[in-house]
Design a protein around this ligand. Sequence first.
Ligand SMILES: Cc1cc2nc3c(=O)[nH]c(=O)nc-3n(C[C@H](O)[C@H](O)[C@H](O)COP(=O)(O)O)c2cc1C
Length: 182
Amino acid sequence: MKIVIGISGASGAIYAKQLLDVLAKTPHEISLVISENAHLIAKEELGFAYTQYDRPIFGSRDFSAPFASGSAKYDQLVVIPCSMGTFGRIAHGFSDDLLTRTADVFLKEKRKIVLVPRETPWSLIHIENARLLTLAGAVVLPAIPSFYSKPKTIEEAVDTVIARVLDHMGIENRLRERWGSV
Ligand SMILES: Cc1cc2nc3c(=O)[nH]c(=O)nc-3n(C[C@H](O)[C@H](O)[C@H](O)COP(=O)(O)O)c2cc1C
């Protein structure tokens, strides 16, 4: 599959990192779109730079990226973590940077979009935007870990979310025990 991973400036860079670590072991073609704040937050939270992945990183203003046009054949967009700013801009069709333009294209082309917002609590604006995005065809998958697999580390808790993201992407994974499988 040809997959675009968008990373925006919400807390939770570890969600992006752990998804990219899994995807690095798959044959899927991955392109990255990373906001300015997402770079800063990765540095702040993880002391980490996304440039370590051997994947093309497209600039926020690079509207010539192939997936910015519906005519280029891409399969999926995952935005992880998704700030409420990016969430709202996607919900309302703002295409003022590469990530929101890509989301706009994928929604109109009825392609798979998974959005992983990280914010709490949610205002009515966030809730209404989630409703709109769901109606438009996106999967809204908040970064909310589960605990029935008894995660012992932050990484294991994060993997409970990544496993659900991968499930929605149609990518086989055994990151965490599934409920009912033991
Ligand atoms: C350290 C830090 C943590 C942040 N955490 C969040 C967050 O968890 N959720 C969120 O919606 N915005 C968060 N923000 C605010 C966004 O970064 C800000 O709204 C930004 O404009 C989002 O732009 P982007 O979506 O293009 O990255 C955070 C900002 C900083 C500096």
